[in-house]
Every structure is written in C-alpha cells, then in structure tokens.
Design a protein around this ligand. Structure first.
Ligand SMILES: CC(C)(COP(=O)(O)OP(=O)(O)OC[C@H]1O[C@@H](n2cnc3c(N)ncnc32)[C@H](O)[C@@H]1OP(=O)(O)O)[C@@H](O)C(=O)NCCC(=O)NCCS
Length: 164
C-alpha cells in the first residue's frame, strides 16, 4: 500500500479523530500544538500521529486510525514516517506511552524504557506526567541517523524491513 502522508494543521479534525479513537486531547494546545502528520481519504482525516520534539528526544503520541481504515497498515506507515521525520530533524530517541498498542510498537522495534531515567523534557509532558495512566507501557526507540522519507514512498504492507 502506498499512503500519502502529509502534515495536518487542522486541529479540530485531529481532536475529532482522537476523541473517536478514545485518546486524550486535553493537552493539545491550539496555540502550540504538536506536529501532526496524517492521511486523508475523501477529504476526511483517516489517520494521524503526533510528535513533540525536544532537541535530541521526542514524544511520539496520538496515533489513531479511524475504525473504518484499520488493518491496512496505516498506523505502521505513519509511525515509520514520523520516525524518519524525527531522525532527520536531529532526534536520537523517540519515547511513547501506550495502554493499548504495546505489541504493535514492539514489532516496530520499541523497547521498554525506564521512567526514572527518562529525559526531563519527556517527563514534563502532560502525557508522561499524568494524562496517561501509570500502568501505561513506556517505550523508546533509537531513530538516530534516519533520513527523511518523502510522502508516497511508504513501502508495502507486510515488509517492515524494507521501510528504512
Ligand atoms: C492501534 C491502531 C493505531 C492500529 O491502527 P491500524 O492502522 O489498524 O494498524 P496497522 O494496520 O498498521 O497494524 C500493523 C500490524 O500491527 C497489528 N496491530 C494493530 N493494532 C495492534 C494493537 N493494538 N496491538 C498489537 N498489534 C496491533 C496489526 O494486526 C498488524 O499486524 P500484521 O502486520 O500482522 O497484519 C488503531 O487500532 C487505533 O487507532 N486504535 C485506537 C487508538 C490507539 O490505541 N492508539 C495507539 C496508542 S497511542
């Protein structure tokens, strides 16, 4: 599947999709929102992922695919796109919290991280400091050296090793 992934500036569309998918939205600032990337289908936002970048580390957040578009590899493509975007902007490590998709991220190479040694910038995010339950898995992945992938170059579903 070739997916067109683009920056998504329309915060109202993002909040609507995240709400539909049961993800928190209360910390999304309208004045300084995270970077969001997504895919539109028939002008509707079908999938989104967010990045909060703090120099050499970043929080990957708000990964959501509308129910009608799940199971097509969209989430995987979005995460890989975000990894390459982050890596090409000086990020060395991505961190994330999840209660629902630990296995999904593990298959993409994310490993458990220590909360006590998490970078201070990550610790001060709303997601880390309270919005995500303490029972959330805290995961990280090195993205150092990844280069930017242009939209539409996503590799075929089922071939994650070809994506880098
Ligand atoms: C989790 C979510 C983003 C997955 O979206 P998706 O587009 O259906 O996922 P993909 O099609 O890219 O899945 C890729 C692979 O991961 C698997 N997978 C999908 N969701 C998974 C989950 N929650 N846990 C473990 N594996 C999962 C798929 O079965 C697929 O496996 P395959 O390659 O063997 O077929 C989507 O179900 C969703 O929006 N859920 C609600 C919000 C959420 O939980 N977000 C994640 C936490 S921030």
């Amino acid at each position: 599947m070739i997916t067109n992934i683009e920056p998504v500036p329309e915060i109202t569309d993002i909040v609507s999709l995240l709400g539909e998918c049961g993800l928190p939205v209360s910390d999304i600032s309208l004045s300084q929102p995270p970077l969001f990337f997504g895919n539109r289908s028939d002008s509707n936002l079908s999938a989104v992922v967010g990045l909060e970048i703090f120099g050499s580390v970043a929080l990957l957040r708000s990964l959501a695919v509308a129910p009608a578009y799940r199971g097509r590899g969209l989430a995987r493509e979005l995460v890989i796109y975000a990894e390459h975007f982050a890596g090409s902007h000086g990020v060395e490590f991505l961190f994330l919290l999840t209660t629902t998709a630990t296995g999904f991220f593990a298959r993409l190479g994310y490993v458990p991280a220590s909360r006590s040694t998490a970078p201070s910038t990550i610790r001060t995010t709303s997601q880390f400091s309270g919005l995500c339950p303490a029972s959330s898995a805290f995961l990280s992945k090195s993205v150092a050296g990844l280069t930017r992938r242009s939209s539409g170059t996503a590799a075929k579903r089922g071939s994650p090793s070809t994506l880098r």
